[in-house]
Design a protein around this ligand. Sequence first.
Ligand SMILES: [Mg+2]
Length: 265
Amino acid sequence: MKSRERLWNKRGVLVDLDGTLYRGETPLPGAPEWLARVRRRARVLFLTNNSARPPAEVAARLRRMGFEADEDEVLTSAQVAARFVREAYGAVSTLVLGEKGLWEAVRREGLPAFGPGEIEPESVAVVLQGIHRRCTYADLSEAGLAVRAGARYVLTNPDRALPTERGLMPGAGALAAFIEAASGVRPVTVGKPESPMVEQALHLLNLPKDEVVMVGDNLETDIAAGNRAGVDTVLVLTGYSRAEDADSGIAKPDWILRNLSQWFA
Ligand SMILES: [Mg+2]
């Protein structure tokens, strides 16, 4: 473990949401107080792989649960993906398979965006896909045909399962597995555990890597993303990963905390 002073001196904190700040609709004990105290010294960005909700909705939901949160402090996989497309490929014709958050993000980036059926597969430069809970066989076929015809394929986040009240539902990664099977092409993924999300967060905060820390409950996504981007990481044991998982070698957290109240202890 690195020193606690090193953690307290961070000037940027990248925070995962579910399992880190809240569970379902309930804030985790001590989490709102932790956030308020962290803000005295550091700037905060909320990082979420969820591509369905626009940042304003994510921030409003956090405020309802008692967290101070501004929409400018939210970075979703949809925003990261849309910016990634513009920076890597330019403002090119983009076939969008996704929900409100992804459509809002592509519009903000000024990408010429089309839904399935609005553009010929051969004219598509990029297929951009996130979670899309109303997507049909025809929609997925358009994406597969476009990728087969040479379009780049960008995925917001690789999560195959989405926890809901009914159990695990298919996530963006499950739809991607369908398109991948149909096209034979693997997508470029921008959300956690890949590094583009953390890299864009560093750019937004305009801080060097060693002044920033990533905190999350999932070794395979949050901690792995921090490791890959080269920032320090904190694993909190209030969600997905267990203490014994930390020795599995999946990813290497710099600090492990039972909960966020331990941050300043
Ligand atoms: Mg989480």
